[in-house]
Design a protein. Structure first.
Lengths: 516, 331
């Protein structure tokens, strides 16, 4: 495919450079996309909106040649094509910038841009001068004046690395650039500079597919927006002719009513009483109480020591000093085994690393934390094990073809439901949840919230860490705020407003400085 | 709402289909298929005597592969097992020749096997040194130690009642009995006991296993100790079917054992595999070695064929995974 990022493409009402029609894609047990159509015109930013699990990732993987669709067609300049590899897509002018940047940190900016297609000076030698000049030209084209071709990539900020990836895409004469949540790891000033670059790309006639969760960004940068939900096409709108309320409605459907359904539960005796817990460096004398039937939200900024506190309570990093009482009994929790034996359950933040044994079946993952109770004479009672897993799958609405499916093949939300269900199979008295709904779709989220309420009603004491303030405020009977390793504020449900809790998180003394 | 697709009624069928396409089933088909093909070329291959020789002569490899599979499934590896089997066989034979009670000469290799492997397991689990390094060290110690102590002298004149492998139970020769029992018990235990499940969890994701109350370090130690028991058992079968024990370590034995585990479907990355698979693979490898003789291929090709088998298995495994990935299994 030849170079074509001139402006002539934008002038004629020709076929869009990229279009997909009626795409179908099914994974084992899950229909990921059904009948999705989508197109990108030259010189526009087309946002792709939808929750996790809505099918955005699958769609961009099809557009970029990672997956082949089961049905439907891909058209480049109106001609039907087949992408059987990312390379095919690249040759057709489609470049993708993933969330995880794919750069070589020890090479220079220019080397990274031209890796694999460096200008040659004969006899297979790289023409360094030409490469440098080309890199300069690309930098100039996007009016980037604070990057030089000779900088080593490892010394660059995330925002600058991302711009290197964009330059790399341009060096391949990309006409369609897919950006998967490009602002997820950026500081505010980086976002501004990214948007400048995106606008210049538009002017050059590049079509940008822009994926983001953040509505304000979509209104700032996009021309059109397509919304997906549960793998289906919901609608496409001109950004100028829509508003946030409509987009949210399209994204979540009517399920938004199900969010945060914390119901009243009788609050009983203290289940967890911790006093002056210390575990350096991030737990500096924490005292707290969680009662039966109570959901206590633990708010705080990233790095405030919330997850570390949870890990200390669960014995992963045992406390150095302080007392813990569980149901009035003084205990020393020195390992996860002890914690588990005392009726404490912990659902970790990073389910991939900490929660799930991915090569194992759903069945075996469900029973893993409850094997002691399921065993007779040293052997697992297979019938009750299967019953337990099938009940768990039903109770948590885990989308899987069968309990014998390998857990690692399910979607993120479904994996999280398994991790949660695995712990509940053990009938814990105290449940510690670290970011229970991060990165899962709204449907799964509502189910997890419903479950938390149910458990509280059954008398389980729940300590929930969450970075989503609405979740903390909606689900908690009480909100504790942690900052720099200490609990700094406590609010009843009635007092807990986002302003009050937010202010306590930021703190009066240390204002949130600009991220470097 | 479409989000509540629970275990569909089709699942028993797909489960059965999956079992049918499993590594174990493929190996069983390969064993029978190879026998038929070679039998057509040279009918003498199918003589009972030859088939029995294949099983008897290689049962000890299958027994050792049971332990090796556990070690690999737990996310580790052991390359000292071949040398250990040589040492244990020598110890066992020497005891018998020195006039120790026969039961002692049978039991000592089992105990010693557990001790040596448990020591390695402890180093791997608690000092967190990679198993390949620890067992490479042990390989050299055992190999060098054996030669230094015995001077390479052969052990002859073994007492008649030493030969456990010559016995039979209900007409089935002892090596086969031991192989089948070891495989069956280990398979049941690994699949249906909490500790067996802990091995898979530890190999699949030690961090998650730990949070679920599995102690990965203790599991690794236990796996190595058990592996030592199976190595001891293997050495016993190996030593007691020989009339003369060469007090050296069998050349490349550890590789044959690892091959059996890998060809049997044990993932070298840990977390996946069965001991039934490894035993079937051990039989298949033995069958191939014998078949080469019967179809007049130089025995020097054995190693090459074995190597090709490893590559074929691993490639087949990767291709299967890629096809799965291409069909897509995650959103």
């Amino acid at each position: 495919m030849s170079a074509a990022w001139g402006t002539d493409a934008a002038a004629a009402p020709a076929a869009p450079p990229l279009e997909v029609r009626d795409i179908e894609k099914t994974f084992p047990g899950v229909r990921a996309l059904s009948g999705v159509s989508f197109d990108v015109r030259a010189g526009e930013v087309h946002a792709l909106l939808g929750e996790n699990g809505a099918g955005k990732s699958t769609l961009i993987k099809i557009i970029s040649g990672v997956y082949e669709p089961d049905g439907g067609s891909i058209l480049v300049d109106g001609r039907s094509v087949r992408f059987s590899s990312p390379d095919d897509a690249r040759r057709a002018g489609v470049a993708t910038i993933y969330q995880e940047l794919l750069l070589f940190p020890e090479l220079t900016v220019a080397e990274n841009i031209f890796l694999g297609h460096a200008p040659l000076a004969g006899a297979g030698r790289i023409d360094w001068r030409a490469m440098r000049a080309e890199a300069e030209r690309l930098l100039a084209a996007l009016e980037i004046d604070d990057l030089s071709p000779d900088q080593i990539v490892s010394a660059l900020t995330v925002g600058n690395r991302q711009r290197v990836e964009i330059l790399r895409a341009l060096s391949h004469d990309a006409r369609i650039l897919i950006m998967d949540e490009p602002t997820a790891a950026l500081t505010e000033s980086d976002v501004t500079r990214l948007f400048d670059v995106v606008r210049r790309l538009k002017r050059r006639g590049v079509g940008v597919v822009y994926i983001s969760h953040r509505l304000d960004e979509i209104f700032a940068i996009a021309d059109r927006v397509t919304v997906l939900r549960d793998g289906a096409f919901v609608g496409a709108r001109e950004v100028a002719a829509t508003n946030a309320a409509e987009l949210v409605q399209m994204m979540v459907g009517r399920r938004i009513d199900n969010l945060f359904p914390k119901t009243k539960a009788p609050i009983g005796a203290p289940v967890l009483e911790a006093r002056d817990l210390v575990r350096r460096p991030l737990t500096k004398g924490v005292s707290l109480v969680v009662r039966a039937g109570e959901i206590v939200g633990l708010a705080g900024l990233v790095g405030s020591g919330r997850s570390e506190l949870a890990q200390t309570l669960f014995g992963i990093t045992p406390s150095e000093s302080g007392d813990v009482r569980l149901n009035g009994e003084s205990v020393r929790i020195d390992s996860p085994e002890t914690a588990r034996a005392k009726g404490v359950a912990y659902v970790p933040e990073d389910r991939g690393v900490q929660g799930l044994v991915r090569p194992m079946s759903v069945l075996h993952n469900f029973s893993l934390a409850a094997l002691g109770g399921l065993s007779r004479a040293g052997f697992i009672d297979r019938a009750s094990e299967r019953r337990m897993a099938e009940q768990g799958v039903a109770r948590f609405s885990v989308k899987t073809s069968s309990v014998d499916e390998i857990a690692g093949r399910l979607s993120g939300g479904n994996q999280q439901k398994i991790v949660l269900g695995k712990w509940l199979a053990n009938n814990p008295k105290l449940l510690i949840l670290d970011e229970p709904t991060r990165g899962i779709d709204v449907g799964a989220k509502a189910e997890i919230h419903r479950l938390m309420s149910e458990l509280a009603a059954e008398g389980v004491a729940i300590l929930m860490i969450s970075s989503e303030l609405p979740e903390v405020l909606g689900m908690s009977d009480r909100v504790l705020v942690m900052r720099e390793g200490r609990l700094v504020a406590e609010f009843d449900r009635a007092q807990a407003t986002s302003e009050a809790v937010g202010a306590a998180m930021m703190g009066g003394t240390s204002s949130p400085g600009k991220a470097a | 709402m479409s989000a509540t697709a629970v275990a569909s009624p089709a699942s028993p069928l797909s489960g059965a289909w999956r079992r049918l396409a499993s590594q174990e089933a493929l190996l069983a088909v390969a064993i029978v298929g190879l026998a038929i093909v070679v039998g057509l070329i040279n009918p003498r291959f199918l003589a009972t005597r030859n088939l029995a020789d294949i099983l008897l002569g290689n049962a000890y490899i299958a027994v050792a592969a049971v332990g090796m599979s556990m070690v690999i499934i737990s996310g580790n590896i052991d390359i000292s097992v071949g040398a250990l089997i040589g040492v244990l066989a020598t110890v066992s034979g020497s005891l018998a020749v020195a006039g120790a009670p026969i039961l002692v000469s049978w039991l000592v290799p089992l105990v010693l096997g557990v001790a040596v492997m448990a020591a390695q397991g402890a180093i791997v689990a608690y000092l967190r040194i990679p198993a390949i390094v620890v067992t490479l060290g042990m390989l050299s110690i055992l190999k060098g130690g054996l030669i230094s102590v015995t001077g390479g002298k052969w052990i002859t004149d073994l007492p008649q009642n030493f030969h456990l492998a010559d016995l039979s139970l209900f007409g089935v020769p002892m090596p086969v009995v031991i192989m089948v029992l070891a495989t069956a018990l280990a398979a049941l235990w690994m699949r249906h006991s909490p500790r067996g499940r802990a091995i898979y969890a530890t190999g699949g994701n030690p961090e998650a296993a730990r949070l679920c109350g599995v102690n990965p370090q203790r599991t690794v130690l236990m796996v190595f100790a058990l592996h030592g028991l199976f190595a001891g058992l293997a050495s016993l079968v190996y030593a007691t079917q020989l009339r003369v024990i060469q007090s050296t370590t069998p050349q490349g034995l550890e590789l044959t054992i690892i091959t059996a585990a890998v060809v049997g479907g044990v993932s070298i990355l840990g977390g996946v595999g069965t001991v039934v698979g490894s035993t079937l693979a051990a039989v298949l490898i033995a069958e191939i070695t014998s078949a080469l003789v019967f179809i007049n291929v130089s025995p020097y090709w054995t190693d090459a064929v074995r190597g090709a088998l490893i590559l074929a298995t691993v490639i087949a495994d990767i291709l299967r995974r890629q096809r799965r990935a291409a069909r897509g299994w995650k959103r």
